[in-house]
Design a protein around this ligand. Structure first.
Ligand code: ADP
Ligand code: MG
Length: 301
């Protein structure tokens, strides 16, 4: 097959790992710096160019869209879909997962366990918002933050109010969330491919840090997850419409709660900690599904 990897940098661990896995299985691979693409949006023969070079003949693309490039990146993915190219994750699903509020609403609708979460805009609603989420300690997060940036723990109601006001002053959209203290600074990253969790790691935040992100100095180790956690992770990925997802869970007293669903989950932490060939499994999934032309939306939505 001819596989395109939409990534800005072929030296990134995840991109490199996917290239190696695809080539090892006999595929032709091209890393496409999607931010440099231009698109011809026409109904008869939609096209994508890199410079003057038309990108043609691809059987599948693997989107690795950076958080800061969601708008343009998903437009490129959608264009590939319009051309009938199978995308490992569809553009609509990527857009959904990038908005924490939209994701949580979709998951809540289907009864997935979540931390109590509130959203409001009016400054006069702040008091009610804090009360609704059970009062301090509370987590306040930017809707489109990533890698732990823009996630703040407010230990008192007063602190929560100030943080909410500060974010509002910057015109940023935020969520307020119950703090799951019993998770003790750790979360579980479940790597989902299709309807299976193929690998799971526990990420423990650095000393004195409630955020477990590896980018914030967190440490990864192998973990055995429960059937309940497995099912929460696969359901969350399915509801988001993602074939490949990193589903982050917290172990709350009342069971697993989903914190977020990542559409371009990193491979380094999970492959290194578990020793599993996750990239190889992604390529196998594409081999099985791309030929069926299973891109459902064809750029719709
Ligand atoms: P990001 O997209 O920036 O990674 P997250 O929502 O995943 O934002 O939050 C970053 C980290 O902060 C999580 O991995 C988790 O360790 C911690 N965290 C986030 N929300 C909560 C919460 N409600 N209770 C406890 N810890 C949380
Ligand atoms: Mg996260």
């Amino acid at each position: 097959m001819k596989i395109g990897i939409l990534s800005r940098n072929r030296r990134l661990y995840s991109t490199n790992s996917l290239v190696t896995a695809a080539e090892a299985r006999g595929h032709e691979v091209r890393v496409i710096n999607y931010v440099k693409c231009s698109m011809n949006i026409t109904s008869h023969r939609p096209q994508i160019f890199l410079g003057a070079d038309a990108l043609e003949g691809f059987d599948a693309v693997i989107p690795r869209i950076g958080a800061s490039q969601t708008f343009f990146g998903t437009a490129v993915v959608r264009q590939f879909e319009m051309m009938g190219v199978y995308s490992l994750n569809e553009s609509v699903a990527i857009s959904r997962s990038r908005d924490k509020l939209r994701s949580l609403q979709l998951l809540a609708r289907r009864g997935v366990g979540l931390p109590v979460t509130g959203f409001a805009r009016d400054p006069e609603a702040t008091g009610h918002l804090i009360k609704m989420c059970g009062g301090a300690p509370l987590v306040i997060k930017l809707l489109e933050g990533t890698q732990g940036m823009g996630v703040v723990l407010a230990e008192t109601n007063k602190a929560a109010e100030s943080v909410i006001e500060a974010f509002r002053g910057l015109d940023a959209n935020i969520l307020v969330q119950e703090f799951i203290a019993e998770a003790k600074g750790a979360d579980i990253r479940c790597f989902v491919i299709g309807d299976k969790v193929v690998a799971a790691i526990k990420r423990q935040g650095a000393e004195g840090e409630f955020r477990s992100n590896l980018h914030r100095g967190g440490h990864a180790s192998v973990i055995k997850i429960t059937p309940e956690e497995r099912s929460a992770a696969t359901r969350a990925a399915r509801i988001m419409g993602l074939n490949v997802a990193g589903v982050d869970l917290l172990r709350a007293n009342h069971g697993p709660v989903v914190m977020e669903v990542n559409s371009s989950p990193g491979l380094e932490g999970i492959e290194t900690a578990t020793g599993k060939d996750v990239a190889g499994q992604i390529i196998q999934f594409i081999e099985k599904n791309a030929p069926l032309g299973k891109t459902r939306t064809r750029g719709k939505g």
